[in-house]
Design a protein around this ligand. Structure first.
Ligand code: RIB
Ligand code: CA
Length: 311
């Protein structure tokens, strides 16, 4: 087998983040070198606990989880308990990880790992980009040591928090602008693709019956959001937004992406938090470091998710 792909996962462990973590741990091709928790879907104390406990559920309490930012760089933290439950994973109670609680801050741990791996580290960020922005601004040579950043965030078209903005970017637009301005190559799995990757309710209920603890968690964690997803997907299923950058890191062949320039609006009355792409404009940005993912083989996506929680 080829060399493992070293990745770091920064997450605001919510329900689809839990799906992303379980998917990452299911791939022998990935070496999850570290995890950091950031405030976003819920407060940091909950995202930190959830990330630790999902790793433990997967038997990966060996992977260190670091605490990150308690809120955005400048704006107020706006959480999403209506979707993720008060505790961030659908109010499911997981066994507590026995792993020691790390106290080193996420951006320092991320930087140290990136430097140790001499530029091979790929960072998968599936929450607000506050920790990454702090790493970039705290360590001027951080960008030298990061091979690429794969995010769940943004949207070339549309939004889910406003008409123009997706949750992770809208949560901390200034942080996102720092990341997109850093020059580090970015793979942007925005709503353009993650809204298409619907995991059917029938499949979710079928894998639940296997009683694999991971399938049970995925099923139960989405309990709070299920009625909402039923409305949003017209009765089809759930969206595991954050699993997409993980899958892209291992199986880019199931996706279609376009290379372009992307920058983040931080001032707009209607457009704050919008990821502005030059995909369909004659006016191209000078700096173009982003692969915007636009399409996915949904059947392949669902197969990988089912394997991740049952095999
Ligand atoms: O817009 C979807 C994103 O916002 C996902 O990362 C979800 O976990 C929430 O953080
Ligand atoms: Ca998330």
């Amino acid at each position: 087998m080829n060399e493992k792909i070293p990745v770091w996962i920064d997450t605001d462990t919510g329900v689809d983040d839990a799906g992303a973590l379980m998917t990452a741990f299911s791939f022998p091709e990935l070496d999850v070198t570290g995890i950091s928790a950031v405030a976003g879907n819920v407060h940091l104390k909950d995202t930190f606990r959830n990330a630790r406990n999902v790793a433990y559920l997967c038997g990966r309490q060996d992977v260190k989880v670091y605490p990150g930012a308690e809120g955005p760089l400048f704006c107020e933290l706006v959480t999403a308990e209506a979707v993720h439950g008060d505790n961030g994973i659908g109010n499911v109670t997981l066994p507590e990880s026995p792993a020691p609680k790390e106290t080193k801050k996420a951006w320092t741990a991320m930087y140290e790992k990136a430097k140790e791996l001499k530029g091979e580290l790929q960072i998968i960020a599936v929450g607000p980009l506050t920790d990454l922005a702090l790493a970039i601004t705290t360590y001027p040579d951080f960008h030298v040591y990061v091979k690429r950043i794969l995010i769940m965030g943004g949207a070339a078209v549309g939004g889910n928090v406003t008409a123009a903005a997706e949750f992770n970017i809208h949560a901390d637009p200034e942080a996102a602008e720092i990341v997109f301005n850093s020059g580090i190559p970015v793979v942007m799995c925005g709503l353009d693709v993650t809204d298409k990757a619907v995991y059917p309710f029938e499949e979710l209920d079928r894998v639940y019956e296997t009683k694999d603890p991971r399938a049970v968690l995925l099923h139960d964690a989405y309990g709070v959001a299920r009625p909402q997803y039923s409305t949003w997907t017209k009765g089809k299923g759930i969206r595991i937004h954050d699993a997409n950058p993980v899958l892209y890191a291992v199986h880019p062949e199931i996706y279609h992406s376009e290379h372009c320039g992307v920058f983040v609006e931080t001032q707009g009355l209607y457009t704050r938090g919008k990821t502005v792409t030059d995909l369909w404009s004659d006016q191209k940005f000078k700096e173009r470091h982003v692969d915007v993912v636009l399409d996915v083989d949904v059947n392949a996506f669902c197969r990988y998710i089912t394997d991740a929680v049952t095999k």
